[in-house]
Design a protein around this ligand. Structure first.
Ligand code: BV8
Length: 257
């Protein structure tokens, strides 16, 4: 799907990006929708249709039924394993070559930004392709886990149950991810919020924190969100279509500079 000539990215946005000293991209599950991974809101199909994600992605749910929660994540890992990065992920990775300083913060737990080539990804909500021991031993890539036949599997070091290395509702954002993200949003001069419903906190607050520190706000989303009214550039559409457009426009401005 080549660039769509009649979709114009506002030239003053391209100019602002090209002049940026530090840009932040913040993504939500909308950026993975075109990779076939349903967004968190409508994630539930088939067997999982009867559960609400907010009810499963909690410590209480894991406490109550660790096997069910582990199996939900195993199902989601399969979806992620079968998915490929889409043109939106790839365009975001290409931005690294066009901008002097880019910080990528993702709420997604699917690792697709890394697979698309983004060099540094702040995983604000963790990554479901890693698991960690409930007694605190470090996370391991999922394929390094001895499948002891139990569900959830047990930690090799101490025998405690493993859990997905993600941030559940009610859990704190990993300290390094939070501190790095806050520092970036306070320093950046432009923040692009891509494919996020801007509902989940504290991720949703990052865009306004950037604005309060003088950054321009850009939103890429087919739908309006609670952020839209405070955004300087609203690009209505899918990230897989808009982001390649934006990168092409920035690249051609730089080529003709
Ligand atoms: C915390 C990992 C405190 C797990 C996720 C009231 C009651 C209870 C809690 C709260 C409350 N009010 C606030 C809270 C806190 C809570 C919260 O915000 N709740 C919400 C529901 C109100 N937050 C927390 O609990 C956070 N922790 O507060 O801890 C604390 C502090 C100190 C010490 C101890 C404790 C932790 C939140 C992290 C939760 N984990 N994910 C997992 O994935 O299993 S959040 C999960 O949902 C996703 O990561 C995502 O971030 C979030 C939202 O999901 P979606 O809506 O699907 O995705 P997204 O927002 O990205 O929306 C999709 C968007 O894409 C839409 O706008 C759509 O239009 C757009 N789109 C669709 N297609 C495309 C597209 N855009 C572009 N292109 C397309 N093709």
């Amino acid at each position: 799907m080549g660039p769509d000539p009649n979709f114009l990215i506002p030239p003053d946005l391209i100019q602002a990006l090209d002049r940026s000293r530090h840009a932040v991209v913040m993504t939500g599950s909308g950026t993975s929708a075109e990779s076939g991974i349903p967004t968190f809101r409508n994630a539930q199909t088939g067997l999982w249709a009867k559960y609400r994600p907010e009810d499963l992605a909690t410590p209480e749910a894991f406490e109550r039924d660790p096997q069910l929660v582990w199996e939900w994540y195993a199902w989601r890992r399969e979806l992620v394993g079968a998915a490929e990065p889409n043109p939106g992920h790839i365009a975001i990775a290409e931005l690294n070559d066009l901008l002097p300083h880019l910080t990528l913060i993702t709420q997604n737990v699917d690792g697709l930004h890394q697979r698309a080539g983004s060099p540094r990804v702040i995983e604000f909500h963790g990554n479901l392709m890693r698991s960690r021991c409930t007694a605190g031993h470090p996370a391991d890539e999922i394929d390094k886990i001895d499948n002891t036949g139990e569900t959830p599997p047990r930690c090799r070091q101490c025998g405690a149950m493993l859990r997905p290395d993600v941030v559940w509702f009610g859990e704190a954002i990993p300290a390094v991810a939070l501190a790095t993200a806050l520092k970036a949003v306070e320093d950046c001069d432009i923040l692009l919020a891509i494919g996020t419903s801007a509902v989940v906190q504290p991720a949703a607050g990052l865009a306004m924190q950037a604005k309060q520190h003088g950054a321009l706000l850009v939103e890429v989303n087919p739908e309006p969100t609670p952020l839209t009214r405070d955004v300087d550039f609203v690009l209505t559409g899918s990230s897989g279509r808009i982001m390649p457009e934006l990168v092409n426009a920035l690249r051609s401005r730089q080529d003709h500079a």
